[in-house]
Ligand binder design. Structure first.
Ligand SMILES: Cc1cc2nc3c(=O)[nH]c(=O)nc-3n(C[C@H](O)[C@H](O)[C@H](O)COP(=O)(O)OP(=O)(O)OC[C@H]3O[C@@H](n4cnc5c(N)ncnc54)[C@H](O)[C@@H]3O)c2cc1C
Ligand SMILES: *[C@@H]1O[C@H](CO)[C@@H](O)[C@H](O)[C@H]1NC(C)=O
Ligand SMILES: *[C@@H]1O[C@H](CO)[C@@H](O)[C@H](O)[C@H]1NC(C)=O
Ligand SMILES: *[C@@H]1O[C@H](CO)[C@@H](O)[C@H](O)[C@H]1NC(C)=O
Length: 558
């Protein structure tokens, strides 16, 4: 996401700064009166809670649950199962030249000022946060919007008033209208953070009551048009943002997520990697984190406890353990967990994007020739976002990349490359580090083209790894299911799937970001601790509205 959120772009596009902090009310924890110490548990002792997934959602669940439980005086034992070998999920870094001095984001790269869960946690955890604009590459640091043939728009040094004037000259009031629309949408969203809406049992109901279903029920294109934002501005600038952030054009992605793409004020990243927030949260939660542990099945027992089956890397043998509560903290459809007896409602399988992220370093700059610059020796902008050419109507097709063939190319930083010369092992050369987002794997010919390298006489089907190390000094490729296709919709999966079985992933069809996953994690933690308070003396679990929760169907036979 970083290209669009550069400080420069912010300045240029959005002249009206936001200041939501002051408008934010105190965010309360759920009502805490009547804390009791004799709560039901799988065994005497602490509440046993399992969280499946150590990404933003799972880490935030653990972090906030520890806080609520401490306030309530309820002892809780939190175990986090993570099938990967690292904490962070879709927030993770890799190191250029495998050198820990040069970490770069492979997944989620930025968050913004109004992302209070992440902003507050980074502060509390003492992490260094830096502006997300690019490290200076010694050049002009421009952003261009490429349509496959030409740059629809180029933003040069945006600290200049001239750019703002140029923007208003070109687009009239559209930038102002888009900005105001974004602001009012964000302030509706922020109501979900506080009482009386927080914590919410139903995201659908909460979204309806703050008036956000208007935005989620229509495409970004329709939403913007209805609000008098001109199609030129939408296509050239807003769509460039929905493409770099979500790989989706405005006729597909819903209005709310389109607005999120404009809420760029105060874009930051954590020094060393955003995953540090989630690592810090898990430590602060004193969670027992089991990496390389895959949960394979959840059995729901008659007494509303749950039994997890899981396996670790080494043993093929399944292990099992009993818990009072389990939280599925990631997309249900990719968790491969069998739930028995079956849930009354299993979260829908939704179409997810497939994104190729290609990171590499090279002594070469991007080629002016490839990008059809009038003077081919000129350098293209450091950040290249893309859009569709005027008049191209792909409708709401998922394969929406169009003639540009990629979503974005950004120049992240420069690094001193280790010398490849045997005569001068000490000599250093400056290499540029690039990130490409594309819907298919970039081939060798494409990489040669964008770097202005000659094509080999005999064409062959190669990839970045087939280029010589003088041209590409380091590379890393990754295929992600990064976010869903955010089709317009008006219902979202609930956080409570069944007694004792919680789910955070429903929020991804609403807004798919680290912050919203963290918000849903906190919401689940709040609902869970509230439910503990509502438990009857005899240990029967009550719903949040005080109605006993009834388990339907057969109870788990072990
Ligand atoms: C390339 C890319 C760029 C992005 N850019 C941004 C950005 O700039 N800003 C932003 O806010 N968001 C961005 N996002 C989206 C963001 O990464 C996600 O919305 C967020 O990280 C989701 O967090 P999560 O905890 O809900 O899910 P995940 O991070 O996916 O965590 C789920 C975890 O559960 C684990 N798991 C799943 N099943 C099991 C099982 N059965 N047993 C054990 N463990 C299991 C997984 O291994 C995973 O670690 C980006 C994503 C990608 C991929
Ligand atoms: C973040 O911190 C501010 C200032 O302390 C506070 O007002 C706000 O409620 C906090 N928000 C969240 C989500 O933690
Ligand atoms: C906490 O949970 C782990 C399982 O993850 C278990 O081994 C441990 O005994 C539990 N501790 C307490 C005090 O319940
Ligand atoms: C997890 O597995 C990876 C790869 O198999 C291994 O390198 C790592 O040490 C393991 N981590 C833990 C904590 O077991």
């Amino acid at each position: 996401m970083e290209p669009f959120f550069s400080g420069r772009f912010r300045w240029c596009l959005f002249v009206w700064a936001l200041c939501y902090a002051t408008a934010l009310a105190f965010i309360p924890i759920p009502k805490l009166s009547g804390a009791r110490s004799s709560l039901k548990s799988v065994e005497p002792g602490p509440k046993q809670v399992a969280v499946i997934g150590a990404g933003a959602a799972g880490a935030s669940t653990a972090y906030n649950l520890r806080k609520y439980a401490d306030l309530l005086g309820v002892p809780v034992n939190i175990t986090v199962f993570e099938r990967a070998s690292y904490v962070g999920g879709r927030s993770t870094t890799v190191n250029v030249f495998d050198d820990p001095a040069f970490p770069i984001e492979l997944g989620a790269s930025i968050f913004v000022q109004v992302n209070y869960n992440l902003v507050n946690a980074s502060k509390e955890l003492g992490l260094d946060v830096r502006g997300a604009s690019f490290e200076r590459t010694g050049n002009r640091d421009a952003i261009g919007i490429w349509d496959g043939k030409e740059f629809a728009y180029v933003m040069e040094d945006s600290s200049s008033w001239w750019n703002i004037a140029k923007l208003l000259w070109r687009y009239g009031l559209a930038p102002v209208r888009a900005q105001n629309l974004m602001k009012s949408t964000v302030s509706k969203f922020l109501q979900l953070y506080k009482e009386p809406l927080f914590p919410f049992k139903s995201l659908t109901a909460a979204a309806a009551s703050v008036g956000l279903l208007d935005a989620t029920s229509t495409s970004g294109a329709t939403f913007l048009e209805k609000n008098n934002v001109s199609p030129d501005f939408s296509r050239e600038l807003i769509q460039a943002s929905t493409r770099v952030n979500y790989g989706q054009n405005l006729p597909l992605i819903h209005g709310l997520e389109s607005m999120v793409c404009l809420a760029t004020d105060g874009a930051v990243a954590v020094e060393g990697g955003n995953w540090r927030i989630f690592d810090g949260m898990l430590k602060s939660a004193q969670a027992n984190v089991q990496l390389n542990h895959t949960v394979t099945a959840i059995s729901r027992n008659k007494d509303n406890t749950v039994t997890l089956n899981f396996k670790d890397e080494q043993s093929i043998r399944q292990k099992r353990a009993d818990f009072d509560e389990v939280v599925i903290a990631g997309p249900y459809q990719y968790s491969d967990i069998k739930v028995s007896p079956a849930l009354e409602h299993t979260p829908d399988t939704i179409p997810f994007h497939t994104l190729y992220v290609t990171l590499f370093s090279s002594p070469h700059r991007l080629s002016g020739k490839y990008f059809n610059l009038k003077n081919p020796s000129d350098l293209p902008p450091e950040t290249i976002l893309t859009t569709l050419p005027a008049g191209t109507d792909l409708g709401n097709a998922e394969e929406g990349v169009g003639p540009a063939n990629f979503w974005s190319i950004s120049t992240l930083r420069t690094v001193d490359a280790p010398s490849s010369s045997e005569e001068e092992p000490e000599s250093k050369t400056k290499h540029y580090v690039y990130k490409i987002f594309s819907p298919t794997r970039p081939n060798e010919a494409f990489i040669r083209d964008i770097l202005g390298l000659e094509q080999p006489k005999v064409k062959k089907a190669g990839y970045i790894t087939d280029l010589p190390s003088e041209e590409i000094s380091w590379s890393y490729e990754k295929i992600w299911h990064p976010y869903p296709f955010l089709y317009p919709r008006v219902t979202f999966e609930d956080p409570l799937l069944a007694p004792g079985v919680w789910y955070t992933g429903g929020i991804e069809s609403f807004i798919s970001t680290m912050e919203t996953s963290a918000l849903m994690g906190k919401n689940v933690a709040a609902l869970m601790s509230q439910a503990w308070l509502d438990e009857d003396e005899d240990g029967q679990v009550r719903g949040l509205d005080d109605s006993p929760i009834v388990v339907q169907g057969e109870s788990g036979e072990l």
